[in-house]
Design a protein around this ligand. Structure first.
Ligand code: MG
Length: 382
């Protein structure tokens, strides 16, 4: 079998689906995107395609190594997201050829169902309480929300109090009936991370995510020494060669590799195994589409230390399309009490509605994250 063609479809809300075709008619789907730089990743996919067309799609390990090591310069969000989408599609092909789900090819199920959580509130969270109430009716009991809006390197007592009051209201409204993680989103710099973590500790969040930016990972160990809140990060780390630094330095209780950003299934299986050796949990990052989620689930169902799965149904970014809009087998994604069962189909288990994808890709918006500024006019982290 030979790879014959790679086709990318940029679709709303902010995703890129990748189709890999073969000369025997089997096709695989991946999701190759970094949010806000979709066209750059698309260009990288098409550059990498010259290493793939004419090759045997079954040799995933060799193709992965060729894409990663064959280019001299490697790593980073663009190249690793391109490799990730290609890797997902290659696993999809392998599963379809062997008529088995990818998790079977990776050694079989380690659990029967996977717990998921839901985002609540938007970039500037308003009515989080009402949002949680609605999602609880849909069966969710675990949530994630943004901890702050713009936050200065040295911000005010007032800003801390505002963040603390909001989280306090959630705990007061729902008690221990719910769990929630708080995403600092890299908005908080090291000087404020410690006081904010200390003030939020009383509400016992499930975790705090990106307590500082990942490029300041050397702070994670110090912050972990100062709080008993589990710290999480990893959506902006792109390979095991980056994750090894946080494992060695310590501080993170949970790592959150993104299956569409960190080299795909092939790489994230290895990152998960490294994490397990350090007694670190994994919670794959996935505010993306159905193929990315399916790739995450393929990992969750074989990795003992996978604890919870992010998914994007109803997320504030999904303007113009929802998670299951491009999926034919929607029932396979049905959540029961916030848990999802292994997708039963071969490969990644997603039957992509190609007609809909092609139609949606015509004139798809080119999503950008908002640009924020502090009160003094300087750039704020979003
Ligand atoms: Mg995050």
């Amino acid at each position: 079998m030979k790879i014959t063609r790679l086709t990318t479809f940029r679709v709303p809300p902010r995703w890129t689906l990748l189709k890999i075709e073969t000369d025997e008619g089997v096709t695989g789907w991946g999701e190759a995107v970094i949010e806000g730089r979709a066209r750059t990743v698309e260009a990288a996919v098409h550059e990498l395609s010259e290493l793939l067309v004419g090759q045997d799609p079954a040799r995933i390990n060799d193709l992965w190594s060729t894409m990663y090591r064959g280019g001299f310069y490697r790593g980073g969000p663009i190249l690793m997201s391109a490799i990730a989408g290609i890797d997902q599609a290659l696993w999809d092909i392998k599963g379809k050829v062997l008529d088995k789900p990818v998790y079977e090819l990776l050694g079989g199920l380690v659990r029967d169902r996977m717990k998921t959580y839901s985002w609540v509130g938007g970039d500037r969270p308003g009515d989080v309480i009402a949002g949680i109430g609605k999602l609880r009716q849909a069966g969710f009991d675990t949530f994630k929300l943004n901890g702050t809006e713009e936050f200065g390197m040295l911000d005010s007592t007032r800003a801390i109090d505002a963040a603390v009051a909001r989280i306090g209201e959630i705990r007061a409204a729902f008690g221990t009936q719910i769990e929630f993680g708080i995403d600092f989103h890299g908005r908080v710099a090291a000087p404020m991370a410690k006081p904010l973590l200390r003030e939020l500790e009383q509400f016992r969040p499930l975790f705090v995510e990106e307590p500082v930016l990942p490029e300041q990972y050397e702070h994670y160990a110090h912050l972990a020494d100062a709080t008993f809140i589990p710290l999480a990060a990893g959506e902006r780390m792109y390979s095991r060669f980056e994750f090894k630094h946080v494992f060695e330095r310590g501080g993170l209780a949970i790592v959150q590799p993104d299956l569409s950003h960190a080299g795909g299934i092939t790489e994230c299986v290895k990152i998960a195994a490294m994490a397990e050796a350090y007694d670190v949990a994994i919670a794959p990052h996935c505010p993306l589409g159905p193929v990315a989620l399916a790739a995450c689930l393929a990992l969750d169902f074989v990795a003992y230390n996978a604890v919870i799965q992010e998914q994007s149904m109803g997320i504030h970014y999904n303007e113009g399309a929802e998670l299951l809009d491009y999926v034919v087998n929607k029932d396979d994604f049905h959540l029961v009490d916030g848990y999802i069962a292994p997708l039963p189909g071969p490969g990644l288990g997603v039957v992509v509605d190609e007609e809909r994808v092609v139609e949606a890709s015509k004139g798809a918006p080119d999503w950008r994250n908002p640009l924020w500024r502090h009160a003094d006019g300087s750039v704020a982290e979003w």
